[in-house]
Design a binder for this molecule. Structure first.
Ligand code: F3S
Length: 244
């Protein structure tokens, strides 16, 4: 399919920027990141782009392609309309550093506010634990997360309402769910989920689940069960009556 395609790439930094068009040769099998690399090599040596594995596993090359949060390395050009310019922007939910690179460090700071894993005492004579296979499998899905932060980027609570100081976002709710539902964990994060991590801001739009490159069922399998725990503790009339 050797042909020409135009990429409308946002160039700038924290002070501001604008789109710039680059037309380049594209071929069968190329992904968006390949085109960006070709532009970088041939036309814009100073174009900043973060990437690492080029296999959808490192979560580095997150960007907005024609307005949708995606991994550039996993987006085939054959799936995009190349008749019109392809728009490439940095993620909107995080501060731009330069060009397609954003500062995602807030996610790692917010992660530290979640209470860590606290295993129960070993229950076997050899000092190890026994767990039900079903319980192990329930949290396995959450561990597929590659921390690309596309779900954080698409969530309107962060993207449009900028509630970073209050709401931890879908990625970190998945992390909290992995801990909360872990069969060995004894920590109680329910109060924090309500008061500190503001899970109530999530109105279950499912946008996060739709952009996850690992197809984690973020909303249904992680967020809703956490919400149920909060509702169970704080809004069940009988439990409210006896709560200290
Ligand atoms: Fe945001 Fe996902 Fe909830 S996109 S509003 S965390 S369902």
């Amino acid at each position: 399919m050797a042909t020409q395609a135009t990429f409308r790439i946002w160039r700038g930094d924290a002070a501001g920027g604008q789109f710039q068009d680059y037309t380049t040769q594209v071929e069968e099998g190329m992904v968006v990141l390949d085109a960006v690399h070709r532009i970088q090599a041939q036309q814009a040596n100073d174009l900043a782009v973060r990437w690492n594995c080029k296999a959808g596993k490192c979560g580095s090359c997150s960007a907005e392609i024609n307005g949708t949060p995606k991994l550039m390395c996993m987006t085939r050009l054959s799936d995009i309309n190349l008749e019109a310019p392809v728009t490439l922007e940095p993620m909107h939910a995080f501060p731009p550093i330069r060009d397609l690179v954003t500062d995602v460090s807030w996610n790692f700071r917010a992660k530290k506010t979640i209470k860590p894993f606290k295993p129960r005492t070993p229950d076997a004579p050899d000092g190890t634990w026994r767990m039900q296979q079903d319980d192990v499998e329930r949290v396995q899905e959450f561990r597929k997360c590659i921390e690309c932060f596309l779900c954080q980027d698409v969530c309107h609570v962060l993207r449009e309402h900028h509630k970073h100081d209050e709401f931890i976002g879908p990625r970190l709710l998945v992390y909290a769910a992995a801990l909360e539902m872990h069969p060995l964990d004894t920590e109680d994060r329910v109060s924090d989920l309500r008061h500190k991590h503001s899970i109530g801001y999530c109105n279950i739009t499912t946008c996060c689940r739709q952009v996850c490159p690992e197809s984690i069922t973020i909303t249904e399998n992680a967020i809703i069960p956490l919400k149920e725990r909060v509702v169970d503790r704080y809004f069940d009339p009988l439990k409210r009556l006896f709560r200290i």
